[in-house]
Every structure is written in structure tokens, then in C-alpha cells.
Design a protein around this ligand. Structure first.
Ligand SMILES: [Zn+2]
Length: 218
């Protein structure tokens, strides 16, 4: 099993080396130039190439369970304050295990895992049996994205006011709950603004109103 997996890594990396010449690497050999700081979940189903075909040197990726800012504040600061990415994207996703763990109870988890679930406390609601568990999970995914965007909007308020940073909250919807297609990235929050019409009216959105998926769960 391990040798098969290692063989796959070697084969795939060989293909990567063959496909990319010096010219590909030379612009980023000694410095990076990302345009997006991404705060995403460690979940293996969520990867930066759902956003850009080639995320190398484009996306400064910060991943942890539950796509949380406070779990990795230094890394997020590095992307925003040192690398000056114009976008900070908080990306939640369908079927998030961290959110499900919070809702189901996580007392039995080891201390370090518990600590990273604890920080969802202010963000999401416990399961209240009103809707289906799956519906409430997605509602909490959206709440968590809102919560993280609020943290960022406060922390980087000066940059947002200057127009040098936009904080975008979105959900990678591989379950197609928003009915925009499996795998669609649906924007749910921009700089703390949650009303879809207000988001669509933002100057940088206007030219692509019909192409962009902006929606909220009711
Ligand atoms: Zn997750």
C-alpha cells in the first residue's frame, strides 16, 4: 500500500517535472506573488485548483479543520500583511467534518483536535433537530464563513476601507445544494455584506453579474 502510494507520488511528480520547463519556474524561483490568501478547510475534497487551474504562485493557502482564521492567525496575517494579496478568501465547503463534529459532540477527541473544534463555538449552532442534520450542517458552514469573514473584516478594516483588500466568503458546493452545479464556488459574503443584491451591485462584480454565483441559504 505505502509503496504503491509512493510510486504514484513519484510518477505524478515526474509528469509535473516533464510538463514544466525553466521558464515556468523562473518568475517565482526566489519570491512569491500570490493574489489570493485562501483560508480553506484541510478536507481532502477541497483543493486550491477548484479556484484556479494553476494555483502555483497565485494562492497563498492556509488550511486547517473548519477553515478558521484564529487557528492560523499568523499565516493569514502573512498573506494579507506581508504578501499584500488583494483578496482574502474564506472558503467553507459541503459536508464539513469539523462542523459535523461540533454538532455531534466531540468530548472524546484528543486535546489538540478538541481545541480546534472549540473555536467554532461562537460561529455555529448545535444541532437542534428542527431540520435535517445535512441541512443544518450547510447552514452552519455558511454561519462559520460569515463568522470568519467578520473576524477578518475587523482585523483588516483599514485595508478594506482603503480598497486594498476584499474579504470574500464562499462555499465550495460539491453536493450541489445551491443547485448551481456540483463543485460550484458560491459567494455568500463580501466584506461582511450578506445581501446577494448588494453584493451583485459592487463595482467589481457588475461586469460579471450573470456569470458569478452569489447566493445565500435561507
Ligand atoms: Zn471541512
Amino acid at each position: 500500500m505505502i509503496s504503491q502510494l509512493l510510486k504514484k507520488i513519484i510518477d505524478d511528480n515526474n509528469r509535473f517535472v516533464e510538463k514544466h520547463n525553466d521558464g515556468y519556474f523562473s518568475p517565482h524561483m526566489t519570491s512569491q506573488h500570490p493574489q489570493i490568501t485562501l483560508v480553506s478547510c484541510s478536507d481532502s475534497r477541497v483543493q486550491p485548483h477548484v479556484l484556479l487551474d494553476d494555483p502555483i504562485d497565485q494562492i497563498f493557502t492556509v488550511e486547517n479543520i473548519g477553515n478558521q482564521i484564529t487557528s492560523a492567525q499568523g499565516s493569514v496575517d502573512y498573506g494579507v500583511l506581508h504578501l499584500h494579496t488583494p483578496i482574502l478568501l474564506v472558503l467553507g465547503h459541503s459536508d464539513c467534518g469539523d462542523i459535523k463534529a461540533f454538532m455531534k459532540g466531540y468530548d472524546g477527541e484528543p486535546e489538540a483536535i478538541k481545541n480546534e473544534i472549540d473555536t467554532l463555538k461562537g460561529a455555529v449552532l448545535p444541532f437542534d433537530n428542527k431540520g435535517s442534520f445535512e441541512e443544518e450542517v450547510l447552514g452552519n458552514v455558511q454561519r462559520n464563513v460569515d463568522y470568519q469573514v467578520d473576524i477578518a473584516a475587523k482585523r483588516y478594516e483599514i485595508l478594506i476601507d482603503k480598497g486594498s483588500l476584499t474579504v470574500i466568503g464562499a462555499i465550495y458546493d460539491f453536493l450541489n445544494t445551491f443547485a448551481r452545479g456540483h463543485g460550484r464556488v458560491v459567494i455568500t459574503n463580501i466584506n461582511g455584506i450578506k445581501e446577494p443584491e448588494r453584493m451583485r451591485d459592487m463595482p467589481f462584480i457588475k461586469g460579471m453579474r450573470d456569470q458569478i454565483s452569489i447566493a445565500r441559504l435561507v
